[in-house]
Design a protein around this ligand. Structure first.
Ligand code: 2HA
Ligand code: ZN
Length: 275
């Protein structure tokens, strides 16, 4: 037995490899964090090392004190994770105050949690509250089509949500609450972490202009599926604009969107519908 036989560790690594295979993680692009259940922590605890030094995050969330997160490593390549997990991913424990982490497994050889850990942590903090504790995953990727859209589409939640909803019939069912948009900001610090978590109070996904996408969800499959669905809709949107010379001749109307919502029993964000 090794920690790599524990189901959640396997599922986490598979999700990372799937993201790499989608082309969303050039070089060290993207990062994935997962808030472990008590049972998962218990299953992994035999493999924990003596906790390292506490490292302050620059952001804090008292209700996440004592939680354990799986995290990708700063500067590490998704492509390498499945070949060498202990150097590329790890588990961190959060201190009781909820403002510092320490490594309890993995990230060997001096590695650290993702440079976006403050953003992930703040997003976990707001999504845990917004979902009554259901949210466990924050996933950041660099899918080309959603990034391309941020050069052609007004950087508002309404414009992005409508364009994506209208690009594939399943979209309003998969993300009826829509997506938020964060304007271009310097990545990696507390400012972008706070701006993103503000969007995440309302939306389960947030676009980073000219950079990528953050998705949240209750498990790895649902969160990966959300990333995949949004990126595919963005691909269709870009194809439509490119092949149609910027003209859209037919689309899913607001009446159609309402009919989808009724049939599938979801509530669309009403302020994003026009008529
Ligand atoms: O981890 O994606 O936003 C590299 C990044 C930073
Ligand atoms: Zn990034």
């Amino acid at each position: 037995m090794s920690i790599l036989d524990v189901k959640i560790i396997n599922d986490y690594i598979r999700t990372i490899t799937d993201g790499w295979e989608q082309g969303w993680h050039e070089r060290n692009g993207g990062n994935l964090t997962y808030r472990m259940t008590k049972d998962e922590v218990a299953a992994c605890r035999p493999y924990f090392t003596e906790g390292g030094a506490w490292v302050e995050m620059g952001v804090s969330a008292a209700h996440l004190g004592g939680e354990y997160f799986l995290t990708t490593g700063s500067g590490k390549f998704f492509r390498n994770v499945c070949l060498d997990p202990v150097h590329n991913i790890g588990i961190v424990e959060i201190n009781p105050e909820g403002n510092a982490w320490r490594i309890v497994w993995g990230l060997e050889g001096g590695a650290r949690p993702t440079s976006e850990f403050p953003s992930h942590f703040m997003n976990h903090a707001v999504r845990v509250k917004a979902t009554n504790g259901a949210c466990r995953v924050i996933y950041h990727a660099h899918p080309a089509n959603i990034i391309a859209m941020t050069y052609t589409t007004p950087l508002t939640a309404k414009a992005f949500t409508r364009a994506l909803w209208q690009s594939a019939t399943e979209c309003p069912v998969v993300f009826p609450g829509g997506v938020g948009v964060v304007p271009w900001m310097v990545p990696g610090g507390a400012d972008i972490a706070l701006a993103t978590s503000k969007e995440m109070e309302t939306y389960e996904a947030a676009v980073w202009a000219h950079h990528g996408l953050f998705c949240s969800g209750p498990d790895l499959d649902i969160t990966f599926g959300l990333m995949h669905t949004i990126e595919k809709a963005a691909e269709i949107y870009n194809l439509v604009l490119a092949t149609g010379g910027g003209k859209i001749l037919a689309t899913i109307s607001d009446e159609n969107l309402r009919a989808i919502a009724k049939e599938f029993g979801v509530t669309l964000r009403e302020e994003f519908l026009d008529n």
